[in-house]
Design a protein around this ligand. Structure first.
Ligand code: SAH
Length: 391
């Protein structure tokens, strides 16, 4: 379903009816056409039949109440996840999924482990945002940012992702400014090239996670098709065309990619003279965002291996032998200690690389980056059902 199909439902109506319907849907955030009082009853009934807008979802709220995860059931019964993150400065970011599952199988990502089911339709992406917009409206708050960092690879569903952004950006519709959208990609070059040609000021983020191809290919098999150089070249062209700043996401993995040498190699990659390194108002057109590893429960190890050092860690990371482990243990084993992250950041800064560090949201309800996988959620569902159902 896309906007054109929606508009078709209004072909035989006076022009203003479409505007009224869009206002009811995207501004008043109605949950059922019956409540769109500006529309005649017969049209409301037809819309309810042809374009139902009820969204079936269950929600899970983190202890600090700043993160809410929704599991939405699609019309074919598939389930997907979306997350609302409430920041201190009144920003409300929705992390949306672009696919049910993911075909890319990055070694650290829970979504990858569930395999690929299908691409989401345009409207199924929009619904994730509408679900939280309706929730926020009840507490007099608004969606301020949308990031494609949920399940799936947005550039493998380019058409529908861009379709959803257009609907949510539409002035007569949801009306969220383009600069408030971010797409995160593993670096699908064709997607980056296409985005560069769109006349849309949205943000682009690249999941880099390693400073060399050998490690990146092990962590992210897609690197064999799109190695670092190809991705960076596409990003440079993108920056030349759009003059927009690009974020490189770098997940800090203990003894895997967090050494002084790794920091220096990364700095070299980033600073190579090119469009990226040009500055606008004193700032380069890229920055590195250091992310902590969020435990996914997909890696298993024996307690005696919890002290394993680099090589062994690495094998564990990639093969996850089935000894049984706790999330705490997994976190110890794979997350870089904070001092190590601090050092890494300092080296990048010293080398003149712009760098930030991401705050962790929603680990307790498995709502953080890379943790979205429905099989993992079953336990939470049964445990937390009573407390949080349909909040
Ligand atoms: N496919 C897209 C978007 C989905 S994931 C992409 O890869 O960019 C959004 C971000 O979360 C990516 O940077 C991804 O690498 C990261 N991520 C995946 N698993 C993670 C984990 N276990 N801990 C922290 N970040 C993770």
């Amino acid at each position: 379903m896309d906007l054109i199909q929606f508009q078709r439902l209004f072909n035989k109506e006076p022009r203003y009816r479409l505007e009224q319907a869009k206002k009811a849907l995207f501004h008043d955030l109605i949950q059922n056409w019956q409540t769109a009082k500006t529309l005649p009853l017969s049209l409301r009934e037809e819309l309810n039949k042809e374009w139902p807008i009820e969204i079936s979802a269950k929600t899970f709220v983190s202890k600090d109440r700043n993160t809410i995860k929704a599991i939405l059931t699609l019309k074919d019964g598939l389930k997907i996840e979306a997350v609302l993150m409430r920041h201190k400065n009144k920003r409300n970011t929705i992390c949306v999924s672009s696919q049910a599952g993911c075909p890319l199988n990055c070694s650290f990502c829970a979504t990858g482990k569930m395999g690929f089911q299908r691409n989401l339709e345009t409207w199924e992406i929009v619904e994730q945002v509408l679900f939280f917009a309706r929730y926020l409206k009840k507490i007099k708050a608004k969606v301020t940012n949308i990031v494609f960092m949920g399940m799936g690879e947005p550039f493998l569903n380019y058409q529908n992702v861009l379709g959803a952004i257009r609907i949510l950006n539409d002035k007569e519709g949801f009306n969220l400014g383009a600069r408030h959208f971010s797409i995160s990609t593993v670096g699908i070059v064709e997607g980056i090239e296409k985005l560069a040609k769109e006349k849309l000021q949205i943000n682009l983020a690249i999941s880099l996670h390693a400073p060399n191809d050998e490690l990146r290919s092990k962590l992210m098999p897609i690197n064999k098709k799109y190695p670092i150089k190809k991705v960076l070249n596409a990003v440079d062209d993108y920056i030349k065309k759009t003059r927009r700043r690009v974020m490189f996401e770098y997940m800090m993995l203990k003894n895997l990619n967090d050494s002084v040498k790794d920091a220096k190699t990364l700095a070299k990659l980033m600073k190579k003279p090119c469009a990226r390194a040009r500055t606008v108002q004193g700032r380069p057109l890229y920055f590195v965002n250091l992310i902590s590893y969020n435990p996914t429960g997909i890696f298993k190890s024996s307690p005696s291996r919890a002290t394993a050092k680099s090589k062994e860690d690495f094998t564990l990371f990639l093969t996850f032998a089935s000894f049984g482990s706790s999330v705490g243990e997994e976190e110890n084993l794979f997350s870089s200690p904070s001092l190590r992250i601090k050092k890494f950041k300092e080296i990048l800064e010293k080398e003149g690389v712009a760098v930030t560090q991401r705050y962790r949201f929603g680990q307790g309800i498995k709502a953080a980056c890379g943790q979205l996988a429905l099989s993992d959620t079953k336990d939470i569902l049964s445990k937390k059902k009573k407390e949080n159902d349909n909040e």
